[in-house]
Design a protein around this ligand. Structure first.
Ligand SMILES: [Zn+2]
Ligand SMILES: [Zn+2]
Length: 485
């Protein structure tokens, strides 16, 4: 029995997440993302590396672009792949893939060419959606490799990250592999925290996004955001909130509505627009079947005004104190958030609350770094802002403590750390080794093949090089523990 791993994206970064597993001869790809930042050949996973390997199924953990955005590209190259995801993930997928298609045509066409990207055409995305297989949480789906002999059972569990997000359990001939996907163990405003099995696994593949940072508590950030909104609205201004259209927007909108109902902020008009509107509808469609904090609560029950292009052009949201929630698009030129921010800069009474990650090379990051009254470059323009700007964090990723607790419960023979900057991966490895000295930990390098498990029928389960597990704090050498071939 054997398990091999190649990470194609998301090794020591939050990139074009994609990894390949050979589970007893069945080739399984988990996620196929678009890199959130890079727009050269590294924008999409290097799927050509898999040409000589068994490939049977692609499993998608959730619909964030860095996990789903490369799927049409992968399927164009390997059209025979069966594709498996949760119901909600399938339903959100076409909204996200339409958007990725636009982005790719604008930003990376010169690298991949029109042929490689033809699967992102609207009609193809619709077609692909109909070919995706789906499974409920807790339902086991049996995958059979091309040899027609070996079975791998796949089961999804709620990952608490965004609608439809799943952790994956793979089981084959007594071998058990868990992949957390992007995971949040704590409850959010809309979604309940992850409910992943806490029983032993031979291999645990875990994300590390927040492992090197202290994330403020949701309660503290909610109070701080309420104080910011109160300050701005008391002086007659409006608050602009650029945020991710999928997941974060629904969480923030629900947080604001709860704050209004509690009386911690006034009942201001809330304007919403762009891609978050179709996503809201899909959240509502799953309000009874997904693990929601308040089953049956619909995002569309929150009173909202539709932010049209006309309303933006005429500056309607600025006529009275209001809250404007728009997809951030990192505040790049031609986005709603960019256009609105230019109006906000002129108004001393107004405020911009930035929620969510802003890449350092984008206008959103330039705005976060800017000082009121001092010139800064915002897209193509040199501008000054008079409005207030503040950053808030409502993370959909697990804290270091909850990650380590999870590893401790699962007690894997091999721990593989992905989806984090190098510092975050090392922090998690170090924290785990403090709790469980000797655990075999791999922080894989992109493109390298790791043999994680090998076992003959008469053998006990054997993890190659397991004798070389490190004790103590030598995280750098933890990277070397895996068998690389
Ligand atoms: Zn995600
Ligand atoms: Zn991610």
């Amino acid at each position: 029995m054997s398990l091999d791993l190649v990470v194609l994206g998301g090794a020591e970064e939050i990139g074009a997440n994609c990894l390949w597993l050979n589970v007893n001869g069945t080739g399984i790809i988990i996620d196929a993302g678009l890199h959130p930042r890079l727009r050269d050949v590294r924008a999409l996973p290097d799927v050509g590396l898999l040409a000589d390997y068994p490939l049977d199924v692609a499993i998608i953990t959730h619909t964030h672009t860095d996990h789903l955005g490369g799927l049409p590209f992968l399927l164009r190259r390997y059209p025979h792949l069966r594709t498996l995801m949760t119901h909600a993930t399938r339903d959100v997928s076409h909204v996200m893939l339409h958007n990725v298609g636009k982005l790719l045509r604008r930003e990376v066409m010169s690298v991949f060419g029109s042929e490689a990207l033809e699967f992102y055409e609207r009609s193809n995305v619709e077609f692909l959606r109909r070919t995706f297989d789906v499974a409920d949480y807790g339902e086991s789906v049996v995958l059979r490799g091309f040899d027609g002999v070996t079975d791998v059972s796949t089961t999804f569990y709620p990952a608490g990250h965004i609608l439809g997000s799943a952790g994956i359990v793979l089981e084959s001939n007594g071998m058990r592999i868990v992949h957390t996907g992007d995971v949040q163990f704590a409850d959010q405003a809309v979604l309940k925290g992850a409910d992943l099995p806490r029983t032993h696994a031979d291999v645990l593949i875990i994300e590390a996004t927040n492992a090197a940072s202290t994330v403020p508590s949701r309660a503290d950030e909610t109070k701080r955001l309420a104080a910011f909104i109160n300050n701005v609205s008391e002086r007659g201004g409006s608050v602009l909130i650029p945020t991710f259209a999928l997941g974060k927007a629904q969480e923030v909108l629900t947080t604001l509505y709860s704050a209004m109902r509690r009386g911690s902020i006034p009942h201001l008009p809330i304007w919403t627009g762009g891609m978050m509107l179709p996503v809201n509808k899909i959240y509502d469609a799953f309000c009874y079947t997904e693990p929601m904090k308040v089953p049956g609560f619909e995002i569309s029950d929150i009173p909202q005004r539709r932010l049209t292009r006309d309303a933006i052009r005429t500056g309607e949201p600025l006529r009275e104190p209001s809250i404007v929630l728009v997809p951030s698009g990192m505040m790049n030129p031609q986005t709603m958030s960019h256009e609105l921010a230019l109006q906000w800069f002129q108004k001393k009474s107004c405020g911009i609350a930035i929620i969510g990650y802003q890449d350092p090379a984008t206008p959103g990051a330039a705005l976060m770094e800017s000082v009121a009254g001092k010139p800064f470059t915002f897209g193509k323009n040199e501008v000054r802002r008079t409005c207030d700007v503040e950053r808030f964090r409502f993370s959909a990723h697990a804290s270091l403590d909850t990650l380590v607790d999870y590893v401790d419960d699962v007690r894997p023979s091999v721990l593989v750390i992905v989806h984090g900057e190098p510092e975050a991966c090392e922090c998690l490895a170090l924290a785990v080794l403090e709790r469980r000295p000797g655990m075999r930990i791999i922080i894989p390098r992109a493109g390298q093949k790791y043999s994680l498990i090998s076992r003959s029928d008469n053998d006990q389960l054997r993890t190659p090089n397991s004798s070389s597990g490190v004790n103590g704090h030598d995280v750098n050498s933890a990277e070397q523990i895996g068998t690389v071939d």
